[in-house]
Design a protein around this ligand. Sequence first.
Ligand SMILES: Cc1ncc(COP(=O)(O)O)c(C=O)c1O
Length: 392
Amino acid sequence: MSNSHVMNTYGRQPVTFSHGKGVWIWDEAGRKYLDAMAGIAVSGLGHAHPKLTAALTDQLGKLIHTSNLYGVRNQETLADRICALSGMEEVFFCSSGSEANESAIKLARYYAHQNGNNNAAIIVMERAWHGRTLATLSATGNRKAQAGFEPLVQGFVRVPYNDIQSIKQAADVNPNIAAILVEVLQGEGGIHVADIEYVRFLRKICDEKGWLLMLDEVQCGIGRTGKWFGFQHAGIQCDAMTLAKGLGSGVPIGACVAAGKAAHVLKPGTHGSTFGGGPLACRAGIATLAAMEDEGLLANATKMGEVIRNGFREALGGTPGFVEARGMGLMIGVELDRPCGGLVNLALEAGVLINVTADRVIRLLPPLVINEAESRELVARVSAVVKKFLSK
Ligand SMILES: Cc1ncc(COP(=O)(O)O)c(C=O)c1O
């Protein structure tokens, strides 16, 4: 594979894919792999889903791009749908998760200014991942990703994840806090699920203090955890939520969704995006949500997640080096007691695409269309590779 003119910002596996169908993907040499990554939680419908292909083909023949200087019908339709599913009020569309979080950060600052706070701080978490743009990188809790890009953007207060006491302490010492930005299930950080009472506490303290509760649902949203949005497991509402990844099934789209005191904060001229919410990307979003609903993919994510987690517990339980299988729905982490980045390549050789995050956690994000036989195949292939790796 020659990519000498491509800027070298990724450690790439030695494989290039040519096509896919459902959870399966083929490389240029014709070798077939089980895709347990779905392009990092993007291809929820799997590859080449016929309904998505038909919708996009139809849209391509009509309009790809106009501009946010005009009405965009698909944008309105998709915003209606997202608000109906989430109980929220309005959506700003952009083209990536980072951009969605930038929008939320700007929204929180603008909200603070309107309330007389000109030095707004946002509480963010250790191990959080919010993106690679400067503000979202600054919000991200990963020193390795930040190193060399200082000075970082100011205005973030970092606390340990899932720790009620540290939020109370931050509130006591900093009068300028305007919002909390948090993932209800940390993905890049190693598949850590927040306790339900912690999420409810965040809602409560935000209400008491007048802060915005802003949830980064870029990875855990759009059905991946078995509900449309991760926060719905806690039975709360948030003030702002960010989406991307699974929303467009691979057509770039991001969204910053607002409600209550976060709604109607941003006004004409305060924020924008040339590509955001274009007719093609929004058509992808509309078709994705419709197919997910038609095919019962939320229930499938819940069920297959259980099959896969239990499968790993059965296959690897008692194996020295296996710590646990955890997660929610089809956002799954298998933790080992040692760094295991080398497993990615071994799994590739065994015909399955996986990822390792936080050094020791195998991360699995298969398409939400995965069936039971495929789920069992995933467990069999990955656990065989893990056993071999751990026995060395
Ligand atoms: C929770 C979360 N937020 C934000 C992002 C950044 O999204 P993007 O890469 O689309 O900018 C990611 C990407 O992994 C993510 O997992």
